[in-house]
Ligand binder design. Structure first.
Ligand SMILES: Cc1cc2nc3c(=O)[nH]c(=O)nc-3n(C[C@H](O)[C@H](O)[C@H](O)COP(=O)(O)OP(=O)(O)OC[C@H]3O[C@@H](n4cnc5c(N)ncnc54)[C@H](O)[C@@H]3O)c2cc1C
Ligand SMILES: N[C@H](Cc1c[nH]c2cc(Cl)ccc12)C(=O)O
Length: 536
């Protein structure tokens, strides 16, 4: 780290282009570069510097449905980017063996209905049509079980109330923060490195400078602001704002500026992963339209179906398994297809930086914070952070209030998701070994413990979940609580008195709609085989 005189402060001079240097070329770096280019055009001077010797984390392939706002902000249609990223559709996360071996349930992209002022989950507890809360309350659970595509062969999207807008280069763009529309009925799976490559092209075509080099030093002025980053072969790169996208190493924020890291490890012990990229022949193997999280002896295995391969990996707690044991479990789970595939072992830093924006340095991605990918939240964290960065983009150095408001928003999102993930473990019925027994006694955030006591008597609603925006609606909590089955939830006593006919009719409507869609929609294999035929 090098001390220097005050950095040139161009932010105060609207006439000058504002200079931003992004260190890191993973998903965070290129999502940030492409979004800022789309937001500010040539009124901003953007540089991305990434090392050729330090790899990206190499995973990160399932998303929230909110990511649609990202691509629309970049004015990209699915046909622009999906084929380039071997992308498929994701209707839900499928949780296998969390309640007991052989059991599964879904967390879908579908709003939970309500009848006469009570959530359908409450009615289900009083009048369960079957033992499958997810299939009785959500159409998407049946579509996932039948491995259906959300689109018909002609490309039309199924009718779940969400209406796609025509692609219009001049239309106003929405962001997650302001979106109040209907639940987007699906998300995506895509190959992480292909997305970074695609966004590199998008960014450089819009004037973003791309330097491949190692940052070897960070210069600070007497006020602790970053004046420049020094590179091995391209000299010093100065800027008004530096974005730390250097992954878990957090070179600028945690190392150069010394911002402390707040660990979540005491409540989320899974700190390791081993990943495989397994070839897939979609003409012979199913393309499930969901991410699968299969519980294991010391964690869980993700399975993400992509056009040319399966992304899979075992997320586990190092206190309960060695990397060698974990790799053996994963290879046995995948079977012979994993035989010649190299394993990627990853140590995960679980938690968040106390502040993600300090002085003129803002961290985005793993450098800012991370929780295990059980609900595919890493890219959502990046997208949310970038939107907030634009929203609080500084006019000069003295924007302490802007930074404080930004930091609060980031902290709430990560702390809220942490609570949501803790619920998956404390709320899972299985306790058939020490790892799963310990999930019932391990420390959980105090506020979550209080919420669980409420949920035992009243299903989660806007009043009882984490109170700040964190990306997850109350219905998500209903799905995990009633799916994982480890916490008994009682229905509202009022439903012993209420007329249940309208609720029973709603369950019937869901059943009829689900059966109709399963009949009409193609499988995801059939849909993408048709897409491939149309483009050849
Ligand atoms: C096991 C696992 C599974 C995951 N699954 C999902 C998922 O399903 N869905 C999801 O949304 N998220 C997931 N994530 C999170 C997701 O992978 C990350 O959010 C995403 O990849 C962003 O990573 P990054 O760009 O922050 O860091 P990285 O990918 O680590 O990139 C860091 C970059 O910084 C550069 N760099 C570092 N040091 C220097 C230096 N000194 N000089 C120059 N360049 C430097 C590197 O070259 C690299 O380009 C997962 C994460 C893990 C660990
Ligand atoms: N912001 C919401 C979050 C959300 C709603 N349903 C799901 C299901 C899964 Cl698997 C992950 C996230 C969410 C959205 O992105 O739709």
């Amino acid at each position: 780290m090098t001390a220097r005189g005050a950095a040139g402060d161009h932010f105060g001079d609207p006439g000058k282009s504002r200079r931003v240097v992004i260190v890191g070329g993973g998903t965070a770096g290129w999502m940030t570069a492409s979004y800022l280019a789309a937001a500010f055009g040539d009124r901003i001077d953007l540089t991305v510097v990434e090392s050729a010797h330090i790899g990206t984390v190499g995973v990160g392939e399932a998303t929230f449905s909110d990511i649609r706002h990202f691509f629309e902000f970049l004015r990209l249609a699915e046909s622009d980017w999906m084929p380039a990223c071997n992308a498929t559709y994701k209707l839900a996360v499928r949780f296998e063996n969390w309640r007991e071996p052989g059991h599964h349930f879904y967390h879908p992209f579908e709003q939970l209905g309500s009848v006469d002022g009570f959530p359908l989950s409450d009615w289900w507890l009083r009048h369960p049509a079957t033992n499958r809360f997810d299939k009785d309350c959500f159409v998407m659970a049946s579509l996932c079980d039948a491995e259906r595509s959300p689109r018909y062969l002609d490309g039309t999207l199924l009718d779940q109330g969400f209406v796609e807008q025509d692609h219009d280069e001049s239309a106003a763009r929405s962001t997650i923060a302001e979106y109040q529309g209907v639940q987007i009925p699906y998300a995506y799976h895509f190959e992480a490195h292909l997305l970074a490559t695609y966004l590199t092209g998008y960014s450089t075509r819009r004037g973003v400078r791309h330097i491949v080099d190692n940052v070897v030093d960070v210069g600070l002025d007497e006020d602790g602001f970053i004046t420049h980053v020094a590179t091995a072969e391209h000299g010093e790169l100065s800027a008004d704002l530096f974005v730390d996208c250097t992954g878990f190493r957090a070179l600028l924020l945690n190392k150069a500026l010394g911002e402390p890291f707040v660990s979540y490890q005491d409540t989320l012990p899974n700190d390791s992963a081993v990943a495989l990229q397994v070839p897939l022949d979609m003409d012979r193997e199913p393309l499930r339209p969901c991410t699968t999280a299969t519980a294991q002896e010391a964690g869980w295995i993700w399975t993400i179906p992509l056009i040319s391969r399966i992304g899979t990996g075992y997320v586990y707690a190092g206190d309960y398994s060695t990397p060698e044991q974990a790799e053996r479990v994963l290879r046995d789970f995948v079977g012979p297809a994993a035989a010649d595939v190299p394993a990627n072992h990853i140590k995960m830093r679980i938690g968040r930086s106390r502040r993600s924006w300090v002085k003129n340095c803002v961290a985005v991605g793993l450098s800012s914070g991370f929780v295990e990918p059980l609900e595919s939240t890493g890219i959502f964290f990046i997208h949310h952070a970038i939107e907030q960065m634009v929203k609080y983009f500084p006019s000069g150095r003295g924007d302490e209030l802007q930074r404080e408001l930004y930091n609060r928003s980031i902290a709430h999102v990560m702390d809220g998701v942490r609570e949501f993930l803790c619920l998956h473990y404390v709320g899972a019925r299985r306790a058939d070994n020490q790892y799963w027994k310990d999930t019932k006694t391990r420390k959980i955030p105090d506020a979550l413990a209080e919420r669980i006591e409420i949920w035992k008597h009243k299903v989660p609603d806007t009043e009882s979940v984490y109170p700040y925006y964190h990306g997850l609606p109350p219905y998500s909590y209903n799905c995990i609580l009633l799916g994982a089955g480890g916490i008994e939830v009682r229905h509202s006593p009022a439903l012993d008195l209420a007329d249940e006919r309208a609720a029973l009719a709603e369950f019937q409507r869901i059943r009829i709609k689900a059966d109709k869609l399963v009949q009409e929609l193609p499988t995801q294999n059939e849909y993408f085989a048709q897409m491939r035929a149309d483009t050849h």
